[in-house]
Ligand binder design. Structure first.
Ligand SMILES: Cc1cc2nc3c(=O)[nH]c(=O)nc-3n(C[C@H](O)[C@H](O)[C@H](O)COP(=O)(O)OP(=O)(O)OC[C@H]3O[C@@H](n4cnc5c(N)ncnc54)[C@H](O)[C@@H]3O)c2cc1C
Length: 509
């Protein structure tokens, strides 16, 4: 198993394989881990997924981060400033992590990388550049060069290869896989991570500052400095300006009394929309930016990429261990492509509101405050409303009942007697959750646990009001939760027999 690219996807996929005992190699052409802040927004679903791996991992992120409640919008029109607070409210997100965590991507990746290497010994191999590959009936041969060994060539033989090599993916281009998309006309951006003096409104929110001809974001970062992001247009794009001067011009439109301190990082880039026509070619799978890119507005990029890796990791592990049929891997694109399309919709929709320069502000504000719009966008960006409901086929003959649907994420619950539902899910594979109220207190999952041994763990949940609220009546009903925390199957106690047929369709045990 070879992962090309040790960025957001590479780090998470390595962890997902390593913790399931899969032998893999993850290579990256850089001489070492990236040190740049890049993605600074960590959203609810990504934190939930880290939490499902290990509480220590999510706790580490939470301890380090700035917990922001959402976005404040600042509008500037004909010299007049107005504010909407909160403009995008993340406290409404249905998760215990109802926030945006502000955190540098390099540190987020670092936590995952260090966790993987400390617990399982997995390491990313740097200075190793993927060149090309050939596929044959037996697998893949990848040609890699090692910059720290005089560009020595190595042929790596593997059964599967994941292209986690980012936006300009050499793997994707080498295979001749096409992408479709559109350009956000003239959308160039500049980032400036910098210390600010006199910016007092930093603790709880990201700030989006919008004028007819400009966009500026101000967000707090751990370490006491700020991320400024501007849409590189109009007066800000004057080539004679230093980055500080360009940013200062826009800051002064929205705030008084702020001065700039030390610069931490500056970068300039262009943004556009791209979606690969397929996420799979033979035994090569595309994940993250190699498969989809979009506007940075809403901060979903890294989150969506990491969630690709969470979706793919357990499937690859089951197939490589010989526990599941290879067809399981077809569900990766079937599930993640529609999510990528929704991510693109949310990012593009926000992009158009904030960066359709020249269009009247009042008109743009109006789109934003159409009924239900902000809730929809917030739930998309946070990742909690992405569901595989329309993709996972519900087995015939099962009755329908309340609680999360097949394909939805399994929401966490705090049991009144202590502990959480996520505590029961924290292991490598499927969990069969039996609601209380089954006959004689016996677990309907015991036989299945025996039958599908290493892959299914059964749990009888304690009686709990909070549980009934989320999962419905205490009548012995069962929910099969996938290793990535989504509901694979649910049935009434009397219908548990269907589950064996369902599992047999995917598993080879
Ligand atoms: C300035 C900026 C701000 C952003 N802000 C946000 C945000 O707030 N929230 C958010 O969610 N997202 C944000 N994003 C997007 C986010 O950073 C990306 O979506 C995410 O990093 C993509 O992850 P990835 O693993 O697919 O690719 P990458 O993280 O780009 O990793 C690809 C890796 O592959 C390696 N590689 C490339 N080619 C080869 C090769 N031939 N051989 C070996 N290795 C190779 C590269 O060195 C790199 O390490 C931002 C991006 C930028 C640039």
């Amino acid at each position: 198993m070879l992962i090309v690219g040790g960025g957001a996807v590479g780090c998470v996929l390595s962890m997902e394989l390593a913790r399931r005992g899969i032998e893999y190699r993850c290579i990256d052409r850089m001489p070492g881990p990236g040190r740049e802040s890049r993605a600074i927004a960590l959203h609810a679903r990504t934190i939930e997924l880290m939490d499902l791996v290990d509480k220590d991992l999510s706790r580490q992120l939470l301890n380090r981060d700035l917990w922001c409640r959402g976005y404040v919008m600042h509008f500037h029109r004909d010299g007049e400033r107005t504010e909407v607070r909160p403009g995008l409210d993340y406290t409404v997100v249905d998760s215990r992590y109802n926030c945006i965590l502000s955190h540098n991507q390099s540190e987020t990746e670092g936590f995952v990388r260090d966790y993987t290497s400390a617990r399982f010994g997995g390491r990313i191999e740097y200075n190793a550049t993927f060149q090309d590959l050939t596929q044959d009936g037996g697998g893949i041969t990848a040609r890699v060069t090692h910059a720290d060994r005089g560009d020595e060539e190595e042929l790596i033989r593997c059964q599967y290869l994941v292209a986690a090599d980012g936006i300009s993916s050499r793997v994707r281009r080498g295979l001749g896989l096409s992408v479709k998309g559109k350009d956000y006309t003239g959308s160039f951006f500049q980032n400036l991570d910098i210390h600010l003096n006199g910016f007092t409104d930093w603790r709880d929110h990201f700030h989006y500052c919008v004028g007819t001809d400009h966009f500026l974001m101000v967000a707090p970062l751990p370490g006491g400095h700020f991320r400024l992001l501007l849409s590189d247009r109009g007066e800000a794009a004057d080539p004679n300006l230093t980055p500080q001067q360009a940013f200062m011009r826009l800051l002064e439109r929205h705030y008084d009394g702020i001065t700039m301190g030390d610069v931490v990082w500056h970068s300039r880039w262009e943004t556009w929309v791209r979606l690969a026509d397929t996420f799979r070619e033979g035994n090569v799978l595309l994940a993250g930016d190699s498969a989809h890119v979009h506007s940075t507005t809403g901060g979903q990029g890294m989150n969506c990429c990491m969630q690709d890796a969470f979706n793919l990791g357990w499937k690859l592990a089951l197939v490589l261990k010989g526990y599941a049929r290879p067809e399981l891997l077809d569900t990766y694109e079937a599930e993640r492509r529609p999510v990528a399309e929704q991510v693109i919709w949310a990012a593009s929709s926000l992009h158009d509101i904030f960066m359709t320069h020249g269009k009247d502000i009042a008109q743009r504000k109006q789109t934003m405050f159409e009924p239900g719009y902000t809730e929809k966008v917030v739930n998309y960006c946070s990742g909690v409303s992405y569901t595989y409901r329309d993709v996972i086929q519900k087995p015939a003959g099962l009755s329908d009942f309340d609680g999360p649907a097949i394909g939805d994420r399994a929401p966490d619950v705090d049991f009144e007697g202590g502990g959480t539902l996520f505590d029961r899910l924290r292991h490598q594979y499927f969990t069969l959750l039996a609601m209380p109220g089954g006959s004689n207190g016996a677990s309907p999952g015991e036989a299945l646990e025996k039958r599908f041994g290493p892959v299914v763990k059964a749990e009888i949940l304690p009686s709990s009001e909070a549980l009934s609220k989320r999962y419905g009546a205490s009548d012995g009903r069962v929910f099969l939760v996938r290793p990535d925390g989504y509901i694979a199957f649910k049935a009434k106690a009397a219908e548990v027999g269907h589950l064996e047929t369902y599992l047999n369709a995917w598993l080879k045990l």
